[in-house]
Design a protein around this ligand. Sequence first.
Ligand code: FAD
Length: 447
Amino acid sequence: MEKPKKVKKPRGKASLIPNKCISCGARCQSACPAEAIEMTEKGEPVIDQAKCIGCQKCIKICPAEALEMFFTPEELEILKQLAAEKGAAGAEEEEEDSEEAKLKKFLAQYKGVWVFVEQTDCTPAKVSWELLGVGAQLASALNVELCAVVLGHNVEKLCQEAFSYGASKAYLIDDPLLHHYRTATYLEGFCSLVEKYKPEVVLMGATGLGRDLAGAVATRLGTGLTADCTGLGIDEKRQLLQTRPAFGGNIMATIFCEQRRPQMASVRPHVMPMPARNENATGVIIREAINMKEEDVLTKVLEVIDDAGHLDSVDIGGAEFIVSGGRGMMAKENFKILQELADELGGVVACSRSAVDAGWLPVERQVGQTGKTVRPKIYIACGISGAIQHLVGMQDSDLIIAINRDKEAPIFEVATFGVVGDLFQIVPAITEHIRQVKATRGTPKVC
Ligand code: FAD
């Protein structure tokens, strides 16, 4: 008797659903192993049906669910027959083995939002608490715990600090080996915790130390890291949406890590607001040991040299009042009028990159994408046009006053108050007014 011919399961062809593509940057094209996708000028895919092998990779990677599989009526009929033959049990088995199911299982092992508590000699970096603030929002969206990770020597009190800023659990490795920061020891400590407890999200401050550790941890764990995020959120697939400036700051890109865990992001100091502090908050401390000995560490710390006073000692990042000048200041000596205003306000002088490039102020005073991020109570921008690279560094200030003689300057789009006019008249007039108010009513308070 002739053996019945096995019917081949049709694979279908990918096709675009009209009006759903968000022009994400040709992810479908890069995912296609058959080079079946070309992009239009608008950034939408055109699928060559003759080349498409029905692997569905483009469909899986599309963040907008704008692609679907197309089957001819004959193919649909075959699929129906095959499904009926196989029965429900068989279908389930197939589902279990599919790549998608494996990925789902892998992702489901990871739970919790972790914030690395950076410290030097048990003095915490404020950015850690800022990250606990945004971490709490992420944890609530994911319905998971917010945890702090404290590494160091004699640093247990930082766990309590972390509880007061919103963490409900702290993973602590307290060991003399971790007294001074060294990449190897912190990397070993941090990764051992991640491998054991499997967090879904890890946040670190984009400080010198944080940048070093985050990159090393992400590399060791083989996961993604988005540096210098300016916004963090969670989507409906539990993915961390990591927003940061891209292409020289001309666009804001939202990046996500679909297939690896944990999802790692770093955020610069002052980008996120400080959360409220609750002295009475409590939490659980999980103590772990580091699996390393001093002999295993190649780097030895011989001496720690404090750089305070060596560089520009003004911390514009922590200032509450900032008077900032740009190319409109015209010359270095003109910054004197900004210093006078800053002195009256008890603030500091900062600047745009143009002012640094012109040699008027040192780079430590630069605000923006390649400078510092600031979040003062008042930011007064004088002769600054408001390029996106500058705005990303100051747009979260509580109150922004812009002084510019060009009424079309983009700085006015983020300003709370805008003054169109010549800064050389306006700035001294404001300074004089404050002096008069102080003389008659005493020092005004800004809350
Ligand atoms: P301009 O854009 O030249 O603006 C000067 C303004 O002064 C004008 O709006 C003018 O109307 C006004 N003005 C002139 N005279 C007067 C007056 N008498 N009274 C009132 N107003 C007056 N920039 C940053 O600031 N920080 C960064 O970190 C940064 N990083 C960058 C990173 C990259 C990769 C790139 C490509 C650029 C970066 N830039 C950065 C540069 C940025 O694109 C702008 O060139 C810069 O911010 C412009 O500085 P500005 O506003 O001082 O100068």
